[in-house]
Design a protein around this ligand. Structure first.
Ligand code: GRF
Length: 201
């Protein structure tokens, strides 16, 4: 399967996918890495790894729709089977979502704490267990059908940084596992229910 990864920052999850994809048995190839800003550090990482990159700067377009359309065109050049939003901090609109299967990584146990400050909000709420979610992206913010989740315990001394670091560790493992399984085995979607593997005959 051909995979395009979208990032906004460090790209440690993207890098984990690149590592996994180096094994031909993995079943997924990262064919391009895209970002919404030139300053995304992960873009350099991808370049160093010899992966094609593109930047579609949000601020270069008069409105969100035009930016989304431009982004969809960039993605389309690489003909992906799956688009992975891994630390991509922008909302994707119909121009992208109607053309591609998009999955997103979120640093909390959805439907708790959607949005851009999930780790901070989980801490502020005083939860004892949080975690990470991978889901299909729909028109809402972090609302699409859940593919997989992993829990992480909140420790008494955690701050946003330490907790997010532990969440990212489990995110990377889960992302590599899920993308590989989607690529190798396919999936079925029945209302909100995702099942990995091909449909039963
Ligand atoms: C991850 O925690 C992801 O869930 C969140 O942003 C972080 C990205 O980290 N949306 P990285 O860029 O993959 O290192």
């Amino acid at each position: 399967a051909r995979v395009v990864v979208l990032i906004s920052g460090t790209g440690s999850n993207m890098a984990a996918l690149l590592d996994a994809a180096a094994d031909p048995g993995y079943g997924a190839d990262v064919v391009a890495v895209g970002a919404d800003r030139a300053s995304a550090a992960g873009i350099d990482l991808a370049k160093q790894a010899g992966v094609p990159t593109f930047v579609t700067p949000f601020r270069a377009y008069p409105d969100r729709d035009q930016w989304n359309t431009a982004l969809a065109e960039e993605i389309a050049r690489f003909e992906p089977d799956i688009v992975v939003s891994a630390g991509f901090m922008r909302i994707l609109g119909p121009a992208v979502l109607s053309r591609f299967t998009v999955i997103n990584l979120h640093p909390a146990l959805l439907p708790s704490f959607p949005g851009a400050h999930a780790v901070r909000e989980a801490l502020a709420h005083g939860v004892k267990v949080t975690g990470a979610t991978i889901h299909f992206v729909d028109a809402g913010v972090d609302t699409g059908p859940i593919i997989d989740q992993v829990t992480v315990r909140v420790e008494p001394d955690d701050d946003e940084r330490s907790l997010h670091e532990r969440i990212k560790r489990v995110e990377r493992t889960m992302l590599v596992d899920v993308v590989g399984r989607l690529a190798r085995d396919g999936w079925t979607l029945d209302k909100r229910h995702v099942r990995l593997g091909s449909p039963e005959p």
